[in-house]
Design a protein around this ligand. Structure first.
Ligand code: GDP
Ligand code: IMO
Ligand code: MG
Length: 430
């Protein structure tokens, strides 16, 4: 039996959805433990693309999917997702989907505040959020005025909480942003209709998961975002509002650290970022454009063009340490085909000195210049290759160098968006 956590090592969109879908075949439960519908996880099954924002990516493998207490859930989006998947013939019954009673609800005022702040912030002050109300919802959780699923189940207490919170939010919205207030009665009416549909899915997921572990079930924990968007360890303030590192699989799902066996970091073969914030290896030339086009690098949630750059092993090494990674999955390796040479950043240069660790100070990070080593590229289309031995020697050299620079073994290589476009070197669940 082995329980596995999948996390992103960079700034999100590493291909977590594809790998979770692939590995879910061997798991019994797939559990999301943080974030919300800022995530966009893509799965491609027999040529058909599915994007999930809240429901764990194990759903297409028919596995039991759990929305952990660490999430902030927009019930409207969740219901849309349930309907979308049900219309495609996927069974989303309360036996298949479990929602933590402790997960927080994203409310209309969270979205309004998120958007109002971003539009009021000057060009340099914007975070570039997804505008889904994620930050304001986590803020209320920390401020202890958040509303949870358990509150939604008790309508009287729910009403009381909504009236109390709306008073404060409306002061902020009208006086600070000169915006229209929200109407608590409309919110209560709308959320009552969500309650009717979602109540059967709500349960104590910590008891459920731990009973499953005792009975020998294998758990796959699905991270969202990436290590460098982590609220503590990322490029603060250009981060999301939750802990994205593997340690949060425990708090966000109600399991103890002893239950985690493998921690697998997903590494895109190059680097991308959506939204604002420093990005030392970002490319502003035709190579960056080529990677963006070949890799179809558009945000799965907001459709924004992703910024692209060379692979940065300073940040991957940072992720190895922060998450105790036991292995790596390298994705989108096919996208790098056709380039004469490939750069890998292995350290930064700052004020004439070499920096090997990721700096916390963004002023320093903003002035860091990547130190590259250059490797020969490959011209072949590798997406049809299914055995490691058949890969071009230059591709193998690139992979070997990633292992050397990160001190971590590669378990899986992904060379296309589909399940079959994968080379498994070590089956993590064996
Ligand atoms: P996530 O947020 O980490 O799940 O990643 P996204 O789904 O937002 O973005 C990854 C994108 O790359 C999706 O469009 C995937 O279908 C696609 N993808 C995943 N792995 C590969 C791969 O190995 N090669 C190619 N070409 N595309 C991939
Ligand atoms: P997945 O799970 C990439 C980014 C946003 C913004 C910052 C804060 O698909 O990898 P937020 O709305 O969370 O307050 O925005 O975080 N961001 C992501 N970038 N992939 C994601 O998720 C992201 N989720 C949030 O673009 O820069
Ligand atoms: Mg994504």
């Amino acid at each position: 039996m082995s329980n596995t956590v999948i996390i992103g090592t960079q700034w999100g969109d590493e291909g977590k959805g594809k790998i979770v879908d692939l590995l879910a075949e061997y798991a019994d439960y797939v559990v999301r433990f943080q974030g919300g519908n800022n995530a966009g996880h893509t799965m491609v099954v027999e040529g058909e693309q599915f994007i999930s924002h809240l429901i764990p990516s194990g759903i297409l493998q028919g596995k039991i999917c759990v929305i952990g207490n660490g999430l902030v859930v927009d019930p409207e989006v969740l219901l849309e997702e349930i309907d979308y998947l049900s219309n495609k013939g996927i069974n989303i019954s309360p036996e298949k989907l479990k929602i933590s009673e402790k997960a927080h609800l994203i409310m209309p005022y969270h979205k309004q505040i998120d958007l109002a702040r971003e539009s009021a912030a000057g060009k340099d002050k914007k975070i570039g959020t997804t505008g889904r109300g994620i930050g304001p919802c986590y803020e209320d959780k920390a401020f202890r005025c958040g509303i949870r699923f358990v509150d939604l189940l008790d309508i009287n207490s729910f009403e009381e909480k909504v009236y109390a919170v709306c008073k404060e939010k409306n002061f902020y919205l009208t006086k600070f942003f000169a915006q229209d207030p929200v109407d608590p009665d409309t919110i209560i009416k709308t959320y009552k209709s969500y309650q009717k549909r979602l109540a059967p899915f709500v349960t104590d997921i910590s008891v459920y998961i731990n009973n499953g572990i005792k009975a020998g079930r294998q758990i796959l924990f699905e991270g969202a975002q990436g290590t460098h968007l982590d609220i503590d360890h990322g490029t603060y303030p250009y981060v999301t509002s939750s802990n994205t590192v593997a340690g949060n699989a425990c708090s966000g799902a109600g399991v103890g650290p002893k239950q985690l066996n493998n921690i697998v970091g997903i590494v895109k073969a190059y680097t991308t970022r959506v939204g604002k914030g420093p990005f030392p290896t970002e490319l502003f030339d035709e190579i960056g454009d080529k990677i963006q086009e070949t890799g179809a690098e558009f945000g799965a949630t907001t459709g924004r063009k992703r910024r692209c750059g060379w692979l940065d092993t300073v940040i991957v090494r940072n992720s190895v340490r922060l998450n105790s990674l036991t292995g790596l999955v390298v994705t989108k390796l096919d996208v790098l085909g056709g380039l004469d040479t490939l750069n890998i950043c292995n350290a930064y240069e700052y004020n004439g000195t070499q920096i090997d660790e990721f700096p916390a100070d963004l002023t320093v990070l903003g002035k860091c210049r990547p130190i590259y080593e250059t490797l020969p590229g490959w011209q072949e289309d590798i997406s049809k290759i299914r055995k490691y031995d058949d890969l071009p020697q230059n591709t193998k050299n690139y992979l070997n160098r990633i292992e050397e620079l990160t001190g971590t073994k590669i378990d899986i290589i992904s060379i296309g968006p589909g399940r079959k476009e994968t080379i498994v070197l070590n089956n993590i669940f064996n």
